[in-house]
Design a protein around this ligand. Structure first.
Ligand code: ADP
Length: 266
């Protein structure tokens, strides 16, 4: 590593202190390299749309005055790239803001309410979809998560189910179940599906499966990594099963509130 470990074998408190110091330094080092990786990923991802944008600006400079078709095409393309970058920046802000306040601590969410609201919303916006809600938990069921974060995660999953539906059946099902310790939310679709090679990468930052297919479908590759950050924040889990051409099912599992804690319901 890039930090100096302190080596002390005195067998007393000084050695213990040195161990604590080393553990702290290792953590700090991991954190800093995580941040460096983030900055370098982000720069890389923003460079691509910027390069395309620059290309179109050059075309406009050269031909824009004389060629009305080029003018329209390049302005259209430039607008698209700018929108892409702004979606990416919005997603990154959402990601870094997750932990910036203490607002999220000790909050719980009545999950049935959230899912019902979200399903109503999506039914209104996407009237060509059949959207089902299957409830296997009590109306009062709570998960220990800040409501905004839970609904943000649901939104990403349902947006994806819409986006990646292809020409297949326009169908989304949200299922709420529970085990002894967790509230389990599943969003499944009958859409394009994800192939086995890509499946293990979908939660990675900026990863987008099937480049050719995805070119026409807008996206930043950040939605699912935001979900996995949210799950991690609440000591929960995310998972996916999918079959190409058949559909996908995304599962978020969030702990139930600890009954001995005093919690504030939003
Ligand atoms: P984005 O949708 O912005 O590309 P995400 O992080 O939300 O980014 O998803 C990563 C990738 O996982 C997507 O590009 C897509 O290839 C795949 N994916 C996510 N959800 C689904 C889904 N419901 N059906 C098929 N593919 C999906």
């Amino acid at each position: 590593g890039r930090y100096e470990e302190v080596e002390i074998d005195s067998g007393d408190e000084i050695e213990e202190l040195a161990d604590v110091y080393n553990a702290m330094m290792a953590k700090t080092h991991d954190y800093i390299s995580g941040q460096e990786r983030f900055v370098s990923d982000v720069s890389h991802e923003l460079r691509t749309p910027l390069a395309v944008l620059d290309g179109h600006i050059n075309l406009l400079r050269r031909w824009g005055k004389d060629d009305p078709e080029q003018l329209v095409d390049s302005l259209e393309a430039a607008h698209y790239e700018v929108q892409k970058m702004s979606a990416m920046i919005q997603d990154m802000l959402n990601m870094t803001r997750l932990k910036q306040t203490d607002d999220y601590k000790n909050k719980q969410t009545r999950v049935v309410d959230s899912v019902e609201d979200m399903v109503d919303n999506f039914r209104m916006i996407h009237q060509d979809f059949v959207i089902e809600f299957e409830r296997h938990v009590d109306f009062e069921a709570h998960a220990q998560i800040y409501k905004n974060h839970y609904e943000q995660a649901l939104t990403v999953l349902m947006d994806n189910a819409v986006k990646y539906s292809g020409d297949a059946e326009k169908y989304i099902k949200v299922t709420l179940t529970e085990d002894a310790d967790n509230i389990i939310t599943t969003v499944s679709d009958h859409g394009l599906g994800i192939n086995a090679d890509d499946l293990s990468h979908v939660f990675e930052r900026f990863f987008r499966a099937d480049k050719a297919r995805n070119r026409e479908i807008g996206g930043t590759g950040l939605g699912l990594s935001i979900i996995s950050n949210i799950a991690e924040l609440y000591h929960g889990q995310v998972d996916v099963t999918s079959k190409i051409g058949k559909g996908s099912a995304f599962v978020i599992s969030i702990p139930k509130p600890n009954l001995t804690d005093e919690l504030e319901t939003l």
